[in-house]
Design a protein around this ligand. Structure first.
Ligand code: ATP
Ligand code: MG
Length: 283
């Protein structure tokens, strides 16, 4: 049996649970329960605040956990980062009022900066030789400059909309973050075996994200040209059609490339392009 710590509510909760569900792990959806056992796997879920997940995994209260890299870096607990999960993407950046002139990091010498990530920030400034006063606040960091509390902020940015609406501009990105699977450093072999199986399942789900299955009919004399257009995992599947001058090509493409590739295929005489959703890509 292994215990996985997940964020109880917040930005990572839904996607973390979805990843378990898509991995075939059934979790009792009993709301507000701290601990839920899986009905069909040797896994139980411990719901925590994200701040507490690195500590819980470090001291073995949980064996593994899903949390933002930002929290792992800030808390500084000794855990293994096992897998980058590709969701909860954001960055930690320094931002200053829009009307200020900014040239380089020297700007921050002698300034006050508000943040919920004092450890990451002080390490960064120490490495850069900048002397700056850090004000630790738990939330609503972005209003600190407008109420005269600090000169700047260091906070999570994703779209940048919150900064703009508070009259701030991002001037330095200090780290990129995403949700990661972390693990206790001394898991038994038996637990490691379960974790490896879990990572294998996560990998196949994450690999299929943003990908589509494409089927397209191609005149046989255009197959070479079509191969130049469509990338493929090994070699695309080619199936003969009833009309012996034509073949059907099957492969996987990035969702972002669908329209551009379809136009290129059409221009070489391809027909009947079908795009299908994919659930998992297992190896
Ligand atoms: P908790 O109640 O668990 O302490 P929280 O309020 O500290 O939750 P959330 O706002 O739910 O945290 O964010 C959780 C994580 O989601 C962040 O630590 C970060 O890794 C990630 N994240 C991704 N995009 C954003 C964003 N735009 N704003 C805040 N966090 C983001
Ligand atoms: Mg938190």
């Amino acid at each position: 049996m292994i215990r996985i710590a997940l964020q109880a509510k917040g930005r990572l909760n839904e996607e973390s649970l979805a990843l378990l569900r898509e991995s075939g792990i059934k979790i009792e959806e009993s709301k507000r329960k701290l601990l839920s056992k899986s009905g069909n796997s040797p896994i139980e879920v411990l719901y925590l605040r994200d701040d507490d997940i690195p500590h819980a995994v470090c001291n073995g209260i949980a064996d593994i956990g899903i949390v933002g890299m930002n929290e792992v870096a800030e808390r500084g607990f000794d855990v293994d980062t096992l897998y980058n999960l590709g969701f909860g993407k954001c960055r930690l950046s320094l931002a200053i009022p829009q009307n200020e002139k900014y040239d380089n990091l020297d700007y921050f010498n002698g300034k006050k900066v508000a943040t919920s990530y004092p450890n990451i920030l002080s390490e960064f400034f120490k490495a850069k030789g900048i002397q700056c006063q850090i004000e630790q606040i738990a939330g609503s960091v972005e209003i600190a400059p407008s109420i005269g509390m600090t000169d700047a902020i260091f906070d999570i940015v994703s779209s940048g909309g919150t900064l703009v609406s508070n009259g701030l501009v991002e001037v330095e990105k200090i780290m990129d973050s995403q949700a990661v699977l972390i693990g206790n450093k001394s898991l038994s072999q038996e637990k490691m075996a379960i974790v490896s199986k879990l990572i294998f399942r996560f990998e196949s789900i994450i690999r299929s994200r943003g990908k589509k299955y494409i089927l397209v009919n191609i005149p046989n004399d255009k197959i070479e040209a079509a191969l130049q257009i469509l990338p493929c995992m090994k070699s695309p599947t080619l199936l003969p059609l009833a009309d012996k001058n034509w073949s059907a090509m099957h492969t996987v493409i990035d969702e972002d490339e669908i329209w551009e590739k379809s136009e290129q295929l059409k221009s070489i005489g391809a027909e009947d392009i079908l795009i299908l959703s994919m659930e998992k890509m297992i190896l």
